[in-house]
Design a protein around this ligand. Structure first.
Ligand SMILES: [Fe+2]
Length: 437
């Protein structure tokens, strides 16, 4: 019997995920220019003030997370679809950057959809592509009847809108009207290990520092006031160039929340997802980290005042401009990832898991269950100019039998056995899929 963890949701053993650290990027102009630009704009004093403050904040936040375990992650019932989030729920979501909303798709319907997509994959196995190569289970399938049924479901569109409404934009240039971003399907068999998705943050990596339109999102943090960072400001965020460096992991689409809709039950150590349940301080720490070098003495590592301002050299731990932003225990010690990265509570078919676009997350390396663990990736995306442009193109692509440009697949899904397209869509669904853009 495995030892019982004392903190609900905490990892029993830390997987062999990669550690990040010393990798001098001084010879690479994009990294050096990004670092210099931030130092030139904000200066050592403000950056250092921000660093000390965020480490102080994290000392308290990490204790709170460890005390509560995954119970810190807000869990809402399907009643949310009628009532919206209560002010208490909203406050908790804004603090943790994540939420589980149960029963968005009625359980029986989610189970039925799972059986159908399982068959659909089986029937088209020779054509559909999937990864990882040695044991494929992430299917490059975007326009299947199951995905479209769930995305266009009135409950799903309702929750999608509620997630978008958690952001604010005083410019009036955007709306929380949902836009559908086509993503793939996961059907992970038991006993399959997968180390590929350790702690990381999507929506770009080096672009957060290199792009002037993106780094302004973190202006309060670089200015020495991480506690003033507003992680929900769409006014600024809507123009951030997440794909400043073009690479497959960097979507052009701004997702207010990334989302999983479960098709099967899922639980800790059964191919589930892990979240770092804090948004403001964790992202502030991550964006300030490249400006400081750790103390030589390992015993001083948690003392932020012993870290030195990195005015020479150029390290961006866990940052590779062509990958998502990765984090690790040794490179980002104040996050206390070992203790604070939490499995989400058990989820049932039809439940949804949502996490903020800047939230650190990871995928279970193990699946000790006995059944396949399947989710469909459906994020929330508000109506911004960039998102509308992409969704318009996405619709033209899929109607012409091309896979969405973000994924660069080459399969004509219209030719798959059992393909249905967009038949039976409501007006609201047609709007979300981009028919009126
Ligand atoms: Fe991710």
């Amino acid at each position: 019997m495995p030892a019982k963890t004392e903190v609900p949701g905490q990892l029993r053993e830390w997987p062999a995920w990669q550690e990040y650290g010393l990798k001098d990027r001084s010879a690479e102009a994009e990294y050096l220019d990004a670092k210099r630009a931030v130092i030139e704009e904000y200066g050592q004093e403000k950056l250092t003030k921000g660093w000390i403050r965020v480490c102080e904040q994290l000392a308290k936040i990490t204790e709170e997370i460890i005390q509560q375990g995954n119970e810190i992650i807000p869990v809402c019932s399907a009643e949310t679809l009628q009532k919206g989030f209560s002010s208490e729920e909203e406050a908790r979501i804004k603090k943790t950057g994540c939420v589980i909303v149960r029963g968005v798709i009625p359980e029986e319907e989610a189970r039925k959809q799972y059986n159908e997509v399982h068959k659909y994959i089986h029937d088209n196995m020779d054509t559909i592509r999937a990864w990882p190569e040695d044991s494929p289970y992430m299917y490059e399938l975007y326009d299947s009847p199951m995905q479209n049924a769930i995305r266009s479901h009135e409950n799903h569109l309702k929750i999608h809108r509620l997630m978008n409404e958690l952001w604010h934009d005083k410019s009036g240039e955007t709306t929380p009207d949902p836009l559908i971003f086509y993503d793939g399907v996961r059907d992970r068999p038991p006993k399959q290990t997968f180390l590929g998705l350790g702690p990381h943050i999507d929506a770009g990596s080096l672009s957060r520092w290199a792009s002037p339109d993106y780094r302004i999102v973190y202006d309060s943090i670089f200015s020495g006031n991480p506690e003033k960072h507003d992680a929900w400001n769409l006014d600024i965020r809507k123009d951030a160039a997440q794909d400043f460096f073009k690479a497959p992991p960097h979507s052009a689409v701004f997702r207010s929340f990334q989302g999983w809709t479960a098709l099967t039950p899922s639980r800790a150590r059964e191919g589930c997802i892990l979240l770092y349940p804090n948004i403001q301080a964790s992202i502030a720490y991550m964006v300030l980290r490249p400006f400081f070098n750790p103390p030589k003495d390992e015993a001083d590592i948690m003392d932020a005042t012993k870290w030195t301002f990195a005015d020479s050299g150029c390290e961006f731990p866990g940052t590779d401009k062509e990958q998502s932003q990765y984090l690790s225990r040794s490179s980002h010690p104040h996050l206390r990832l070992r203790e604070c990265l939490m499995h989400v509570p058990d989820i049932q078919p039809g439940d949804t898991v949502w996490w903020h676009t800047d939230l650190c997350h990871a995928v279970d390396t193990e699946h000790e269950g006995v059944n396949n663990s399947s989710v469909v990736f459906i994020p929330a995306a508000p109506s911004t100019a960039r998102n509308k442009a992409y969704v318009k193109r996405q619709l033209a692509d899929v109607l012409a039998g091309r896979q969405p440009s973000d994924f660069q697949g080459t399969v004509n899904e219209k030719l798959l056995k059992g393909y249905k397209g967009h038949e039976g869509f409501s007006e609201e669904a047609r709007k979300a899929f981009g028919y009126y853009l």
